[in-house]
Design a protein around this ligand. Structure first.
Ligand SMILES: Nc1nc2c(c(=O)[nH]1)N[C@H]1C(S)=C(S)[C@@H](COP(=O)(O)O)O[C@H]1N2
Ligand SMILES: [Mo]
Length: 257
């Protein structure tokens, strides 16, 4: 490189750096949410995700409540008891033989027993569950932080989504419930894999032995009866390619609330 080109290059880099500094000084911690980034998403969905994060900030937490606010009867929705022989066998044995299989773009694919998950850092939270059908219930959840599971397996670069594969068949063809979470939401402090509800072992109607609580999103994002978590760079070739069972039927993928 001759001197004039080197100088031009240095000017260019200096300009780029001060541009970033200006954005940061402007209180902008949303570089990844700038217009060119969201434009690649479906438009309506991009608006919901963009608006939510612009208003609340990417690390904003969902409201938490007190014991006095707990719903007297939390509703069970969708599957109440998976119609699957493998799941029923695990349930009969109190899930002693159940393992959470974590794989895909990870350094150490691992199978976790419930005892192993219970030994990892946990979080307890009282939150409101909002179903897209128009009802809400407040419940208390205890579970392992999803980020703690990720620390165990080592997420590889290139991973963009966590996929949750469930035990319950949804149609006569045997297609099972599944869901997805952006890694940013998967690492959120309130995102847990719950094994307790209202101070009891998670009951079957609510997703035993393990269900996702992803508190900033709608109910259908919170996969129950989780069997496997897979880290992926794209879900285009999974199921109907839209990131979840209900998304494949037309629901919005980023169901922020
Ligand atoms: N595996 C699985 N997860 C699921 C569903 C389901 O049918 N199967 N239903 C979803 C919907 S629409 C809602 S509102 C919540 C209901 O959770 P609840 O039964 O604890 O109320 O679970 C979500 N997760
Ligand atoms: Mo729902």
């Amino acid at each position: 490189m001759d001197d004039s080109r080197r100088l031009a290059r240095r000017r260019f880099l200096g300009g780029a750096a001060s541009g970033v500094a200006a954005l940061l000084l402007g209180g902008c911690d949303k570089l990844s949410e700038s217009a060119p980034f969201v434009r690649v998403l479906d438009s309506a969905e991009a608006v919901s995700k963009y608006v939510q994060r612009a208003i609340t900030g990417r690390q904003a937490t969902a409201a938490e409540f007190t014991e006095a606010d707990l719903s007297p009867a939390f509703r069970s929705n969708g599957t109440h008891d998976p119609d699957d022989a493998g799941y029923q066998a695990l349930a009969r044995n109190g899930f002693a033989d159940w393992r959470l299989d974590v794989g895909g773009l990870v350094e150490r694919p691992t199978q976790f027993s419930l005892a192993e998950l219970r030994a990892l850092p946990s979080r307890t939270q009282i939150t409101r569950h909002d179903c897209v059908e128009g009802w809400s219930c407040i419940g208390k959840w205890k579970g392992v932080r999803l980020s703690a599971v990720f620390d165990q397996v080592g997420v590889r670069s290139g991973a963009r989504y966590a996929m949750f594969f469930c035990a319950d068949p949804m149609d006569p063809f045997g297609n099972k419930y599944y869901e997805s979470a952006d890694l940013e939401d998967a690492y959120h402090p309130q995102t847990i894999l719950a094994y307790e509800m209202n101070d009891r072992t998670l009951p079957i109607p609510y997703g035993a032995p393990l269900r996702l609580r992803n508190e900033r999103q709608l109910g259908y994002k919170m996969a129950k009866y989780i069997m496997r978590i897979e880290l992926v760079d794209s879900f285009a070739r999974i199921g109907g390619g839209r990131g979840g069972y209900w998304e494949d039927q037309g629901y919005e993928r980023y169901a922020g609330i």
